[in-house]
Ligand binder design. Sequence first.
Ligand SMILES: *Cc1c(COP(=O)(O)O)cnc(C)c1O
Length: 376
Amino acid sequence: MINGKIWLSSPTMHGDEMKYIQEAFDTNWVAPLGPNVTKFEQEMASYIGIKAASATVSGTSALHLAVKLAGVKPGDVVLCSDMTFSATVNPISYENGVQVFIDSETDTWNMDPRALEKGFEKYPQCKCVVCANLYGTPAKLDEIRQICDAHGAILIEDAAESLSATYKGRQTGTFGQYNGISFNGNKIITTSGGGMLLSDNTEAIQKAQFWATQARDPAPWYQHSELGYNYRMSNIVAGIGQGQLGHIEEHKALKKKIYDTYLAGFADIGAISMNPYLPCSQPNHWLSCMTVDPQKSEVRPLQIMEELAKKNIESRPIWKPMHLQPYYAKNDFITLSGGGPSVGDEVFATGLCLPSDIKMTEEEQRTVIDTIREMV
Ligand SMILES: *Cc1c(COP(=O)(O)O)cnc(C)c1O
């Protein structure tokens, strides 16, 4: 409990982050780039098991660079996750590409590979796919990558919420040709704000870094043959990241404990299910979520949210699917059934993100569980 409130997911600092910040001050590396940035990139790449990484000001900017590397041009169709945060798909618009949303499946709530296949039938010219691992649960990544490869499309994995989660023993953020992660304030580790682009293609990462540092040509004066961006992470921020990375497994274990406690706490309530995952994957359980079966209970997620709020407990509806967003009203949406409510519609209507803050005590989580049990 911080400031008397139980949070969905708030930053958890350990103090050793300050050491790296102090170093940056002592050496006057108070700038974008610097030794903390380089070390943070190397340490993260080695933790994830990928060749190259480039630290950015945000996860969104990392995904934008990924979309540029994938070569998305104005008018190009990009097949992408529907049930996700808008930052997964907005960068496609930065390059004037056109999002076509792919419905979720019920095993992980992520992009349905069968619906993706349908998407390629309708848009055989598509050369890029963006897939997110929602709430830290890996998607059906092998199937999705295979389908992309079969159609000659580049996969961008949005692992912003799933850093440290594994699929068949391999870290998320390694399944796409280009992958993005985030260190925003609410993520499993945080730098206050920041992100990273990950790839096994070292040249591509160098190109992205060139764009991210204003696309300066090698000339004595400022000369630009390409459009640049100011997207690189600062040395101070990277210091926080280095300190946080040392605690990532600890954070993951605490998140799992929270999920397992909810699972046990609702086990005898038939109307409640926790967000599902594949046996071959180990989510990072960034956010624990539940759904309430409308056939078995009258109570709606928003009523639960309001009841929790009365006790100063933060919860949040499931991310509203992109096909329901006013901004994307004109974009196509592909479902397996081709009609009726989509999987995304149903999860959105019945689901709720529960407090998953790793500083929440057992007693506090008990209050959350009891409050919900009384209602459902
Ligand atoms: C947080 C998030 C992002 C964006 O990361 P920022 O660092 O906030 O820009 C992208 N995709 C998903 C799924 C996210 O949850």
